[in-house]
Design a protein around this ligand. Structure first.
Ligand code: NAD
Length: 359
């Protein structure tokens, strides 16, 4: 039976970068006989415009039937004033929670060709290769009760609830330990166990899961220190595992270590390895429609999809090697451009990756 991939281009630069990723996917599909069939659907702002909802029922149904989802990006100023429940971002949160995509993998790799693009000194970041494993469907972003209420004194008060069950912690720990086994076998679990009871439990469960992985070295770090260490000496890490909010913040910091958010893919997985794959960046409305967007994060997300959901390592390797090759050729979109390199547009970059794969 064909493997079913749902394509969700979304808003802003989403459709432009997706065209390039699809070129690459179509090529490997044929070359490696992957038997992948694609369908498309609406999500985010465009879905609001056409159906009145950021996650139409038809899209959710297609997402449920897909083995993997490839997403561009959603959002933009046009929809910023809408009610919170109808914002484009709700489309993504909806897919993540409805499909139980609890495990977010965000690699931060600094390609040696781009060492100068980082704001940190090359010797601090050159060769960086870490993965942040972020819990995605629990924690304070989803905890109930939440809201803005009036206190007895008549003052308004905003409140959210930070909670994690033991099983939620255990399953994200398992994702992180399994990943560490395929890498350098080192995990740093990031928490705030000196202040938050939720993360006292988090730390306890991490220690418990570690007993099943005697080869993996587990360390713990408070989130404030982790933020500092990420910019001071990021290469000390291999796999970082953390909760939803801390992961949100730390993974963006890690993204910048690599110079451009336009280079970073991500995966969000369920317990069976089905997943949604997307670039770490947003819809970049400031450059949408101008051919300036870097499609490499979406192309690399396609490689992650082949690696993690379909276990097609050779096809994934071929894509990643082609990306390495175009960087070696000195081709750069604006976000990673530096002196002496060739500035190319979105579609030229996609074509160059394709050509490198065919070479
Ligand atoms: P952003 O990531 O869209 O853009 C931040 C900066 O990075 C901009 O200057 C942009 O031009 C640049 N950039 C981003 N991707 C790029 C690429 N591929 N190539 C070259 N440059 C790139 O973040 P933002 O400006 O904070 O958000 C814009 C919109 O995207 C908002 O509506 C936000 O809610 C949404 N958003 C969506 C997602 C998602 O779909 N997963 C994630 C983050 C933000």
């Amino acid at each position: 039976m064909a493997r079913n991939v749902l394509i969700l281009p979304g808003d802003g630069i989403g459709p432009e970068i997706m065209v390039e990723a699809e070129k690459v996917l179509n090529h490997v599909n044929e070359k490696f006989s992957l038997d992948i069939a694609t369908t498309r659907a609406l999500v985010g702002g465009i879905a609001i415009d056409e159906t009145g909802h950021p996650l139409p029922e038809e899209t959710l149904e297609k997402a449920r039937n897909a083995d993997a989802i490839l997403l561009g990006a959603v959002g933009g100023p046009k929809w910023d004033k809408l009610d919170m429940a109808l914002r484009p971002e709700k489309g993504l949160l909806g897919i993540r929670s409805q499909l139980g995509l609890f495990g977010n993998l965000r690699p931060a790799i600094l390609y040696p060709q781009l060492a100068d693009a980082s704001t940190l000194k090359p010797e601090v970041v050159a060769g960086l290769d870490i993965v942040i494993v972020r819990e995605l469907t629990g924690g304070i972003y989803f905890g109930q009760p939440r809201g803005i209420r009036e206190t007895e004194s008549g003052e308004r008060e905003g409140f959210n609830t930070y909670r994690y069950t033991e099983s939620e912690i255990r399953r994200i720990a398992t994702v992180a330990f399994d990943l560490a086994m395929k890498r350098d076998k080192r995990i740093c679990s990031v928490d705030k166990a000196n202040v938050l009871e939720v993360t006292v439990l988090w730390r306890e469960i991490m220690e418990d899961v570690a007993k099943d992985y005697p080869e993996v070295e587990l360390t713990h770090m408070y989130v404030d220190n982790a933020a500092m260490q990420l910019v001071r000496a990021p290469k000390q890490f291999d796999v970082i595992v953390t909760g939803n909010m801390f992961g949100d913040i730390l993974s963006d910091a890690a993204a910048m270590l690599t110079g451009s958010i336009g280079m970073l893919p991500s995966a969000s997985l369920d317990v069976n390895g089905r997943g949604m794959y997307e670039p770490c960046h947003g819809s970049a409305p400031d450059i949408a429609g101008q051919g300036k967007a870097n499609p490499l994060a979406t192309i690399l997300s396609t490689a992650m999809m082949l690696r993690y959901t379909f276990d097609e390592q050779a096809a994934a390797d071929a894509i990643e090697k082609a990306v390495f090759s175009v960087l070696d050729q000195g081709l750069r979109t604006g976000d990673i451009h530096s002196e002496g390199c060739t500035l190319v547009n979105t579609s030229d970059m996609g074509e160059a990756v394709l050509a490198a794969m065919k070479a």
